[in-house]
Design a protein around this ligand. Structure first.
Ligand code: GTQ
Length: 331
């Protein structure tokens, strides 16, 4: 038996020699999805399938380098809820966020008995194991990005899900409850029972911060970059991933770096170019793209207007496992 024969003999038994350099693993590739394709697909799905049939009417993004999912950790989908529709209550060990791309008055995500309005640019968290359902009581569709750590959770074999006993959970808390509980003056008698509490970050507040900080130096790799802080700890949005918003000023060009965390981006406003290794990802408003772990990347706003990127990074998970590394050019 020669070495090739041995490799074959081992492969037939689901074994492989360290000398055999055929890759076992799949690789996340840099990629950009056109927002208009996703929205067209979602609108067509709106005519063909109900939320009742689908459970959730979402279009999932699939990385061309993977059999499933957008990265090995964070996953993105885009969801449509039509007027009058309900997406039924459930909870799971995967944590999720919603970033609203088309809001409307009277559409709500209900999380742990609190209803959170869904207006354009709002970020709403549904941390690990929190009950959540969605309802659109307006006469216009509502659409948002779903960001979940489902690939990471599935990797650990830890994806567990339960359905609520009814389609909708009861609303048990007053409106604006968590924005008051986690305000600058906090009730002394309420003890937070979540590692990360369900929370809504209204766009008008996020945007006001971006505007107020626009003249600052900013981050050399990311411009005016803000992290949505966990309102309880002040740390990353959620234990496994963190959400960011960044403003790139007209023609701003950032320095290149790489790090052992993957990031998924949504172009919320404006257009630009993100270079990832040898790939030029040219984005415009509503596009989605991915920067895989440990690939050199830099951003550029190619226009005369501000550009705004929403993103999710798995950095908190890599940091928790002691795997986070960062490298800048020349270092
Ligand atoms: O809306 O609760 O894209 O539970 C995947 C799982 C959305 C949701 C997804 C979910 C949801």
């Amino acid at each position: 038996m020669d070495l090739q024969g041995l490799n074959q003999w081992l492969a037939e038994r689901n074994l492989k020699g360290h000398w055999d350099h055929q890759p076992w693993s799949q690789t996340v590739r840099p990629h950009l999805w056109k927002g208009r394709d996703i929205l067209e697909g979602l609108n067509r799905a709106g005519e063909l399938i109900t939320t009742e049939e689908a459970g959730r009417r979402t279009i999932q993004l699939k990385n061309p380098g993977l059999a499933a999912g957008m990265t090995n950790t964070i996953h993105l989908s885009v969801q449509l809820v039509k007027p009058g529709e309900i997406a039924a209550a459930h909870r799971h060990t995967a944590a999720a966020i919603r970033f609203v791309i088309k809001g409307t008055p009277n559409a709500y995500t209900i999380v742990e008995g609190e209803r959170f309005p869904m207006r354009e640019g709002d970020l709403i968290t549904t941390p690990n194991w929190t009950w959540h359902d969605h309802f659109n009581g307006s006469d216009e569709p509502v659409m948002w990005l779903d960001g979940l750590d489902v690939r990471l959770v599935t990797h650990f074999g830890a994806m567990i899900q339960e359905n609520f006993k009814r389609d909708q959970q009861p609303v048990e808390k007053p409106d604006d409850y968590s924005s008051k509980v986690f305000s600058h003056a906090r009730p002394r008698w309420i003890k937070n029972s979540f590692a990360a509490p369900p929370y809504r970050y209204p766009w008008e507040e996020t945007n006001a911060s971006l505007e107020a900080l626009k003249e600052s130096a900013g981050d050399p790799f990311d411009g005016i970059l803000l992290e949505y802080a966990n309102p309880h700890t002040g740390g990353p949005t959620l234990p496994t991933f963190s959400c960011m918003i960044q403003l790139l000023r007209p023609h701003e060009k950032t320095q290149s770096h790489r790090h052992t965390s993957a990031t998924v981006y949504h172009a919320f406003r404006g257009s630009g170019l993100t270079k990832v290794s040898a790939n030029d990802l040219a984005w415009e408003s509503s596009d989605i793209f991915v920067v895989p772990s440990w690939q050199w990347h830099s951003h550029e706003n190619t226009t005369d207007e501000d550009a705004i990127l929403f993103s999710i990074t798995d950095r908190p998970a890599t940091e928790a496992l002691g795997l986070y590394r960062e490298q800048t050019e020349g270092a």
